[in-house]
Design a protein around this ligand. Structure first.
Ligand code: AQP
Length: 326
């Protein structure tokens, strides 16, 4: 069985972008892959975090993993900082990375824009992400397509190390979906939907109640043309809503275009509100059941033990190949 690894940062509540770009794939892959899903809290501290809030967000993301359908009997679910191999391997990879390639990462450029100096952790974020993936001899990494560049640098780093020390790493492949691969912000469809954006109506979080969902969708930026048609270049707002509608309902974009031919954006948005509420209600209900349970803590504890066993095996091989330790 091929091994799958992926993670989500506990930087806020998971939104439709995270769900459609990444989590839906996590669930689909469980049946015929060996899956490892992580809550990447060490990535979260690349920007300042309130420790109490961070702790809550770790549990929120863990509960949402389970609520969307990740099954701890099939998949390993754990918190990144509970397995020390991530930080260890990250340092070894840092010593094999170059400032030039890291400066080209668009996520770093975006997050450090207009700052005279940026946190080093933000700069080396892709190296830690490469360590996360390579630590588990991962074959497949399901992510949204905003992460394409990070998967590429992970592959480059693994290939570079293997060039010096053959057989050190398995070279992973990214897995990107077509629909939902990149969900854009509702208030500005030129930017990706994000957990940390200030405007709460820029995103739909999986825990939003029906009133909030309705408000965010009805307020979503569209255009003045009034035709429901997929055209990312000229109609990014409507195209983004069509993407969401299609990914959640299973209807193709062209079927949706036909369905709303001659109808205005009002009708289209009203139906989309229903589709989103129907998809998210069971997730919210399941989340409420498990968020404060002992079961959740036990799953994370057990997951960390299992993940650590795999990580230690890899670290032994890596350290031996690099000539580290005794
Ligand atoms: N808008 C998006 N569309 C599709 N996929 C997305 N992902 C994130 N945003 C979108 C995918 O979700 C997974 C987890 O993302 P993450 O939390 O590790 O980091 P991120 O990409 O930085 O997500 P956010 O929501 O934008 O968080 P903040 O605001 O904290 O930076 C990844 O697979 C990602 O591709």
């Amino acid at each position: 069985m091929k091994r799958v690894f992926s993670g989500v940062q506990p930087t806020g509540n998971i939104h439709l972008g995270n769900y459609l770009g990444a989590l839906k794939q996590f669930v689909e892959l469980q049946d015929d892959h060996e899956c490892i899903y992580c809550i990447v809290d060490m990535h979260a501290i690349t920007v300042p975090q309130d420790p109490k809030v961070l702790k809550e967000h770790i549990l929120d993301v863990a509960a949402l993993y389970l609520a969307v359908g990740i099954d701890p009997k099939k998949s390993i679910v754990f918190v990144q900082s509970d397995v020390s191999g991530h930080a260890e391997l990250s340092w070894i990879l840092t010593c094999n990375s170059y400032t030039g390639e890291l400066s080209r990462m668009t996520q770093f450029k975006d997050k450090s824009k207009n700052k005279e100096s940026a946190p080093t952790g933000l700069f080396t974020y892709p190296v830690l992400m490469a360590a996360d993936i390579l630590l588990y001899d991962t074959d497949v990494v399901p992510v949204g397509n905003d992460q394409k560049q990070h998967i590429e640098i992970c592959r480059d780093l693994a290939g570079r190390v293997n060039g010096k020390f053959p057989g050190t790493f398995v070279i992973p492949d990214g897995r990107f979906l077509k629909e939902g691969a990149r969900i854009m912000a509702l208030d500005d469809p030129t930017k990706k939907m994000s957990k940390s954006a200030e405007n709460i109506h820029s995103r739909i979080s999986l825990l939003d109640d029906p009133t909030k969902i309705k408000k965010s969708i009805m307020k979503a930026t569209t255009d003045s043309d009034g035709v429901v048609r997929f055209d990312v270049e000229n109609k990014p707002g409507i195209s983004n809503l069509l993407n969401i509608y299609s990914a959640l309902s299973g209807m193709s974009i062209s079927d949706l275009e036909n369905k709303y031919e001659g109808k205005g954006y009002g009708d289209f948005k009203k139906d989309l509100v229903e589709v989103v509420i129907e998809a998210l209600t069971p997730i919210r209900n399941r989340y409420e059941e498990i968020r404060n349970s002992q079961e959740l803590l036990d799953i994370l504890k057990e997951g960390a033990v299992k993940a650590d066993m795999i990580a230690q095996k890899t670290m032994k091989r890596v350290k031996e190949n690099f000539g580290l330790g005794l």
